[in-house]
Design a protein around this ligand. Sequence first.
Ligand SMILES: NC(=O)c1ccc[n+]([C@@H]2O[C@H](COP(=O)([O-])OP(=O)(O)OC[C@H]3O[C@@H](n4cnc5c(N)ncnc54)[C@H](O)[C@@H]3O)[C@@H](O)[C@H]2O)c1
Ligand SMILES: [Zn+2]
Length: 366
Amino acid sequence: MKKIRVALKDRSYNIHIGAGIMRQCGHIAARLAVGTDAYVITNRRIQAKYGRTLCASLKAAGISSTVRLIPDTEKSKSFATAAAVLNDLARFDRNRHVFIVALGGGVVGDLAGFIAAVYKRGIPYIQVPTTLLAQIDSSIGGKTAIDLPAGKNLVGAFHQPRAVITDVSALASLGKRQLCQGMAEAIKYGLIRDKRLFLYIEKNIAGLLAKDRRALSFVIARCSSIKADIVSRDEREEKSLRTILNFGHTIGHAIESASGYNRYGHGEAVALGMLVASDISRQMKMITAHDQERIIRLIKAAGLPVRLKGVPFRKIISMHYRDKKFKAGRNRFVLLDGIGRARVVENISLFIIRSTLAKSSGPAIC
Ligand SMILES: NC(=O)c1ccc[n+]([C@@H]2O[C@H](COP(=O)([O-])OP(=O)(O)OC[C@H]3O[C@@H](n4cnc5c(N)ncnc54)[C@H](O)[C@@H]3O)[C@@H](O)[C@H]2O)c1
Ligand SMILES: [Zn+2]
């Protein structure tokens, strides 16, 4: 078992990583004294696979539990679902000492974190992430959110979990496409912060996609410590350090919304966004053509798209201006300064973006 600390003074917590560690959830919750009654938020699919293990572990530690199922869709990150869950939670919370457990992927984690942030102005919660993306990204850092029709994640709060319990063996049941989407974020961590991680993924991509437990554990632990370090130093994204986690996301988000959130999954859109950002970095002589080729090759080997299809790039350009991270209408890109380093660059010319996108829609980028 590996323990990684997210150091945030009185809001510090540990990320516990290991195979079968879900069985220790009760013990960890009891030691933290977060409450005596767990309100577990999950969906039917995950409940069927892991609910019993989790609840048995809570029970063994003297913690009662109730399970609240939410529909297995991004649409659950809505006011309607949040209101229904909050009303149910308030009914459960009679003569009890309640805390929340988020058992699932990023959708469950974001909604459950949001509920924990707003119920009674904040109650404790524990993240038990079950997708690769949730394990290396969304469960860490305290960004909680629901969506609005006007855009994703527009309503939310910073509310740090009291612990993250990352059971690597939960990935055994994860579908290939979901695994690849998470791998896009893992590649991102290597590119922005850790050249050795990039090299490791490059070397072990076949094993990772075959769910080799040692390789996955290594990558999950490495990505988790990078995120923990960044969050510890820039919790609220005030120093632009946390912004580098957005590498590939400026264009990635634009691709997701320009395609109506159904053609590309988040990781796939981020993969395409990383290719665009890498191409811009190369045009600005921040990385070499050789580095760029390696990035393209790895993204392809990870089962991710390397060519944009079926989304007009003009639509992507107009969408990218709606990015909520832009300041005073100036675009902001995270670009690479070689493999393993990133920095934020503002006001990239439309000419460069357009020519890169035009290329990524054609054969040149792959
Ligand atoms: N808070 C943050 O910092 C942050 C960061 C990145 C992404 N996000 C959010 O995360 C969400 C996406 O998360 P996601 O990619 O985990 O998607 P998801 O939560 O929709 O999960 C993907 C699918 O995998 C299934 N699943 C989950 N675990 C499984 C398992 N172990 N075995 C089999 N199936 C399993 C889910 O039921 C779902 O159908 C988005 O809403 C995004 O906005 C948040
Ligand atoms: Zn992402």
